[in-house]
Design a protein around this ligand. Structure first.
Ligand code: URA
Length: 235
């Protein structure tokens, strides 16, 4: 990359101003003053300083919310040629990836980003970010059974953390539950519901922390607002 482009891409100055800085002898590449316009630098290897301060490229961070339909997987590539969530997102040049997983047969809120730090934080169990689901389950669970969610129950030989659960609606032979968990174990909600004898028929994630899916249409996506990004970073 040409030196003046590097300086401009760091957000420090316009391309023209960057050229002036170079001509004024204020720019160093690996601690050597460079006054030649068009000098090539390697952003991975070279250290660029302006007025003796190191400058870095400003990377373009992208934060997207998708309403994932059923039938799509959250892996980046699929060897069995099933549909992947990235197929639903067009016009983004950055290499974004899904934050955490949603099962192929789960719909709802999925975040995608190229911000590895934020993705790590949102998915790491120690940060305990709450995730809210709506589950349609077989039968109508009694309060006693739902108390098992609230106290924690054993799945895959390990206790779950305390979860929030309430019945939103009762049908003749099924019920709609709101479930909030802080963990992200594999197929956790499905396993929890199955273990109390009420398997999931349909599952949708509607919130991550206070970030809500809202009325985003199924299969559609949008960029997060600045405020939403700041909220997630502050969690
Ligand atoms: N729990 C599940 O069982 N499936 C998901 O996709 C997410 C949480």
């Amino acid at each position: 990359m040409r030196l003046q482009k590097y300086i401009a891409r760091s957000g420090l100055a316009s391309r023209r101003k960057a050229e002036e800085l170079i001509l004024q002898g204020r720019v160093k590449v690996n601690d050597v003053i460079v006054k030649e316009l068009g000098t090539k630098v390697d952003p991975q290897k070279d250290t660029i300083k302006v007025d003796n301060k190191v400058i870095k490229l400003e990377s373009n961070k992208v934060y997207i919310m998708l309403n994932k339909p059923e039938g799509y997987v959250t892996t980046l590539k699929d060897k069995y040629s099933v549909k992947i969530v990235l197929d639903l997102i067009h016009g983004i040049d950055e290499r974004i990836f899904p934050v955490g997983r949603l099962d192929m047969d789960t719909s709802g809120l999925l975040l995608l980003t190229n911000d590895g730090d934020l993705a790590f934080k949102l998915t790491h169990p120690s940060f305990q970010v709450k995730k809210k689901y709506i589950a349609l389950v077989e039968g109508i669970p009694t309060n006693n059974k739902l108390d098992k969610f609230r106290k924690g129950l054993k799945i895959d030989g390990r206790m779950t953390a305390k979860a929030h659960v309430r019945i939103l609606k009762k049908y003749r032979d099924s019920a709609l539950l709101e479930i909030i968990i802080h963990e992200g174990r594999n197929r956790q909600v499905r396993k929890m519901c199955k273990s109390i004898g009420h398997p999931v028929k349909k599952l949708k994630r509607i919130a991550i922390g206070d970030l809500e899916l809202g009325d985003l249409d199924l299969g559609c996506w949008r960029h997060l607002t600045k405020k939403e990004v700041e909220y997630l970073k502050g969690l």
